[in-house]
Write a protein that binds this ligand. Structure first.
Ligand SMILES: *Cc1c(COP(=O)(O)O)cnc(C)c1O
Length: 232
């Protein structure tokens, strides 16, 4: 049986959009307050082509794959959601509308240097290791809280908020991690005077809970490709 790619993706996209719209109203906002980043990291090229006709915002977790796909689908707004090594900044930066995975001061320094040189200003989100798991990337919660003054040095960059990932588990289990990311955002905004409007949190398994806790951007991959043999 061959699935019709366009139809399958369109129907998955509809479902996800409806679930976003419902979750948003529970938080007292309107649906256009949440941006859906469709994550294509494991998607085949023809799925990306199909998705791209249906949805304007796409995300990749590997800089290399983003740099190769973004020029093929220039109508999309491309987001980098996965780890960015300092030696990949120059390659990735020209293609990124938003980088979700800024996980260290050294990376910020590097981005500042290259962004000046290339005259680009992608939106940046600081990734926070909300679960505290040593294997996970991101600033430590208290590191960012205690060193908030250091953000002053990056005024020329476009830092718009925070990104975080809950540990594996069911969606309710994720809730306190999303809450702590939102609380950190609120306190950082107070401390620094930066406005930090964006909270990137929530994936296929937990995006509704993330929205209830204030997510403004959700990153959804596998749910969009259900029925096509997507590997997870
Ligand atoms: C893969 C990935 C996602 C999407 O995960 P799904 O469970 O497939 O929706 C979101 N964020 C990051 C950082 C990812 O690497």
């Amino acid at each position: 049986m061959t699935a019709n790619i366009d139809e399958t993706i369109e129907s998955n996209l509809d479902t996800v959009r409806q679930r976003i719209a419902t979750a948003v109203t529970r938080d007292g906002r309107t649906a256009d307050g949440v941006k859906l980043v469709a994550v294509t990291k494991y998607a085949q090229d023809e799925w990306v082509a199909s998705l791209c006709r249906l949805h304007p915002v796409l995300g990749e977790n590997r800089p290399q794959q983003l740099a190769s796909r973004a020029p093929q689908y220039p109508s999309a707004e491309w987001h980098l959601i996965g780890q960015l090594q300092r030696n990949k900044v120059r390659m990735a930066l020209p293609h990124c509308h938003t980088i979700h995975s800024v996980d260290s001061w050294r990376l910020l320094d590097r981005i500042q240097l290259i962004a000046d040189e290339l005259q680009v200003r992608p939106q940046l989100l600081l990734e926070v290791n909300v679960s505290g798991e040593p294997a996970k990337a991101g600033f430590k919660l208290d590191e960012l809280h205690n060193d908030a003054d250091r953000l002053d040095a990056y005024k020329s960059l476009h830092i718009v908020g925070l990104m975080g990932m809950a540990p594996a588990g069911d969606a309710e289990h994720a809730r306190p991690y999303f809450q702590s990311l939102r609380e950190l955002r609120d306190s950082l905004a107070r401390q620094t005077g930066l406005s930090l409007p964006e909270l990137s949190m929530g994936m296929s398994g937990d995006f509704e809970v993330a929205i209830e806790e204030g997510a403004t951007i959700v990153r959804v991959g596998s749910r969009l490709f259900e029925g096509l043999g997507y590997r997870d």
